[in-house]
Ligand binder design. Structure first.
Ligand SMILES: Cc1ncc(COP(=O)(O)O)c(C=O)c1O
Length: 368
């Protein structure tokens, strides 16, 4: 077990994880073969973490066990009413071999906000951080060291109580699994084409758009298929007033010719940690940053007039992706290309991989 002191902010003692080693863990040779070309979300490490929660017992039975299927009662509430949330965060191997993650307190807090919206229990942030460290303690060798590679960590929580009544579940499970991830773009970052979803929305006012919950992603799959049918990579959603929200899994950022950076902000958008970090790096360079509504009209007219000089998407998986084309039912707008998105991408990844000074104290060491 990793030794961690009582958390100074919450006064919580660390959990005592029961660790069961996977006797069928992959050999070093098999693991290395996977790490040589991991793709995304296809292979998983040898272990997983879980913590139970119940109304009576609170958080209990923290475990590290062999990765494998979860046994669920067919009446488990998550299978019927989708009471589920998740997170996405990466672990990076630095040149000296150490393993770090990036702003995990932010993911821990966002998991708590998602939990509140989905009427799930809030996992204390120190437990969230400890879960990441416990998994790395047994599966640290799975953090790849190749360029732009990482170990993608997927914390998630769901209602496991067997009960068909519609109410917040009294029994819940938190899990953490991990999957090695290769470079998102092979052969350099490529601009993406975006399909404008006119018929479907992702979120509504007062809905679950700001929570990282499976239902939002389920709702995005049909419009995403429409994007593929229209030869686009991703889909962008509008709100009821035709303001830009975000892509299916990334935030959107606009760069104006006077250097101002604008990004949509509303309670129907997931608050991205990548976006927040890039905007901080932009502020450090002297850019003025605004979070506000951006209408589709402002976007299209801004590009046409030359007021908008760059548009990019950002999120943990791809980090930063320039937007090359916006396509709607009756238009195709080529987007201007600039250099800021890729400069910020480089600056951020240099911090994440330990190649540049971490001025904001964003890194969190997982293997010590
Ligand atoms: C819908 C959505 N928006 C935005 C983001 C970006 O969030 P983050 O930068 O924290 O990964 C994600 C996740 O990557 C997402 O799923």
């Amino acid at each position: 077990m990793t030794t961690i002191d009582t958390d100074p902010d919450t006064g919580l003692d660390p959990l005592e994880f029961a660790v069961t080693r996977n006797l069928a863990a992959k050999s070093a040779a098999d693991r290395d073969a996977i790490l040589a070309s991991p793709g995304f979300g296809q292979s998983f490490t040898d272990h997983m973490v879980d913590i139970c929660w119940s109304v009576r017992g609170g958080w209990h039975r923290p475990r590290v066990s062999p990765y494998g299927p979860i046994s669920l009662d067919p009446a488990a509430a998550v299978l019927h009413y989708g009471q589920e949330i998740f997170e996405g965060i990466k672990a990076y191997r630095h040149a000296d071999g150490s393993v770090h993650t990036f702003r995990p307190d932010q993911n821990g807090r966002r998991l708590q906000r998602s939990a509140r919206r989905l009427a799930l229990p809030e996992l204390p942030v120190p437990y969230f951080l400890q879960s990441l460290r416990e998994l790395i303690a047994v599966d640290g060798a799975w953090v790849p060291s190749g360029e732009d590679q990482s170990l993608y960590l997927r914390p998630f929580m769901f209602a496991k109580e067997a009960f068909l009544g519609v109410r917040p579940a009294h029994k819940v499970a938190y899990y953490l699994i991990a999957s090695p991830a290769g470079a998102y773009f092979k052969g350099g970052v490529q601009p993406v084409s975006i399909w404008l979803s006119e018929d479907y929305s992702r979120a509504g006012k007062g809905g679950t758009g700001a929570a990282k919950t499976g239902g939002n992603y389920a709702a995005s799959l049909l419009p995403q298929s429409e994007a593929y049918e229209n030869e686009c990579d991703q889909v962008v959603f509008l709100d009821q007033d035709r303001n830009v929200e975000e892509l299916g899994g990334m935030n959107v950022v606009f760069v104006y010719k006077d250097g101002t950076i604008v990004t949509p902000q509303s309670d129907s958008i997931l608050e991205g940690i990548t976006r927040d970090s890039l905007l901080q790096l932009a502020r450090d360079r002297g850019h003025h940053v605004e979070g506000r509504n951006v209408s589709l009209t402002e976007w299209r007219e801004g590009v046409a007039s030359g007021d908008i000089v760059e548009v990019f998407a950002c999120g943990t998986a791809a980090v930063v992706t320039p937007i090359g084309i916006l396509k709607g039912r009756d238009f195709i707008d080529e987007q201007p290309s600039g250099t800021l998105a890729l400069e910020l991408r480089e600056e951020l990844t240099n911090i994440q991989y330990g190649r540049a000074e971490d001025k904001h104290g964003w890194l969190y060491r997982l293997d010590a």
